[in-house]
Design a protein around this ligand. Structure first.
Ligand SMILES: Nc1nc2c(c(=O)[nH]1)N[C@H]1C(S)=C(S)[C@@H](COP(=O)(O)O)O[C@H]1N2
Ligand SMILES: [Mo]
Length: 366
């Protein structure tokens, strides 16, 4: 299933800390909290909500210190937002970039509740020379040889968009520790790294932010000679719920000869998804899937497609999304240094045949 299969103990260590969405959970409009993917670079910080304060400072006229009570007393917004890790699909590249070895399932669609960021920046009063807003987490570690707090920035224009939230709840519950308790940033449409968890401070700065996670990491580059392009909004992607039942070890699917209703989800952070196509022959021929309304402006759309699974034998199923800006998914994935923005089409191997004919692989012991 993976072109360069020798997963290292270091990758395995990351993989067991950070789980993906089981693809069958694409059936839920809103992903149940425990099924939403997770990505934590360092350790999950232990935070006492009673003494917690968010510090808003830097190039502002009125620095603020906000308790959770202050934040909860502000106007509330709830928004369904599809989050996807920028490294989704990385483990399918060859050679495999060394980092969290995602296959294609680093996604989730939760309902985030919080308060809008723009009015807080307005209250703090940005100075004329402020150009970027830096979001700093409470979690600290070393990456690329750099000792750091996890931090990312946004331009003023991006930070003050109305949909940008400081969120303290997910699916109606307080944030669990792993999703950023007590407060995180939500930037609808952007890849996961932007949504800083365990927010400790928000700082307006008068020059482009040069922090590791901003200026060094999260760049799309074909080789190490170039700086590349910063990773920002999500490219379109469609995923399907693998039909039938899986083989325990290989995850190959078994389907009884029948007419199968294939279903899945599609999203893009660049423009609304306008088309999803389905292929039952490894991408040689495509048919249009039916699209349902998006769960929200910033959330995935459900799609369905009928598949005549009557010819016995193996079939490779694929799905491909296209957005209103004309972005689509490549059938063959290009390689890049960090293994980010890989939106190559999903491939699901399905064997059609009667149950009695299925030969379990000899080594599939539970
Ligand atoms: N403080 C902090 N925020 C963070 C991270 C982190 O390691 N530390 N990981 C980022 C990355 S890379 C992703 S993909 C998302 C994952 O959010 P989730 O775990 O809630 O799904 O959080 C982002 N926010
Ligand atoms: Mo990520």
């Amino acid at each position: 299933m993976i072109d360069s299969p020798d997963i290292t103990p270091e990758e395995l260590q990351l993989a067991v800390r950070n789980h993906s969405l089981p693809l069958e959970a694409l059936r839920y409009d809103i992903t149940p909290v425990g099924l939403h993917y997770l990505l934590i670079h360092f350790d999950i910080p232990f935070v006492d909500a009673k003494s917690y304060e968010l510090v808003v400072g830097g190039r502002v006229r009125r620095p603020l210190r906000l308790t959770m009570e202050d934040l909860r007393s502000r106007p509330t917004t709830t928004l369904a937002v599809t989050l996807e890790c920028a490294g989704n699909g990385r483990a399918r590249l060859s050679p495999r970039p060394m980092s969290q070895p995602w296959l294609t399932e680093a996604v989730g669609n939760a309902e985030w509740t919080g308060t809008s960021l723009a009015p807080i920046l307005e209250e703090a009063g940005l100075e004329e020379d402020a150009v970027d807003v830096v979001f700093t987490g409470l979690d600290r570690g070393v990456q690329g040889g750099v000792d750091q707090l996890y931090e990312r920035s946004l331009s003023l224009a991006d930070a003050t968009r109305p949909e940008v939230l400081l969120a303290y709840a997910i699916n109606g519950q307080p944030l669990p520790p792993q999703h950023g308790f007590p407060l995180r940033l939500i930037v609808p449409g952007w890849y996961g790294m932007t949504h800083v968890k365990w927010l400790r401070s928000i700082t307006a700065v008068d020059a482009g932010f040069g922090g590791y996670q901003q200026a060094t990491a999260y760049h799309y580059r074909a080789n190490t000679e170039i700086a590349g392009e910063p990773v920002t909004r999500m490219l379109p992607r469609a995923l399907m719920v693998p039909p039938g039942v899986p083989d325990f070890m290989t995850r190959t699917r078994f389907v009884e000869p029948s007419r199968v209703q294939v279903e899945g989800r599609a999203w893009s952070g660049r423009a609304p998804v306008v088309r999803v196509e389905f292929s039952a022959d490894g991408g040689a021929t495509w048919v249009d899937a039916a699209l349902e309304e998006a769960v929200s402006t910033f959330a995935w759309r459900r799609w369905t497609c009928a598949w005549d699974a009557t010819r016995a034998g193996p079939h490779e199923l694929c799905a491909r999304a296209t957005d209103a800006a004309g972005n689509t998914q490549p059938v063959a994935q290009d390689w890049n240094v960090e293994g980010v923005q890989n939106n190559g089409v999903q491939r699901v191997l399905v064997v059609v045949g009667a149950t009695a004919e299925r030969q379990p692989p000899a080594d599939s012991l539970a």
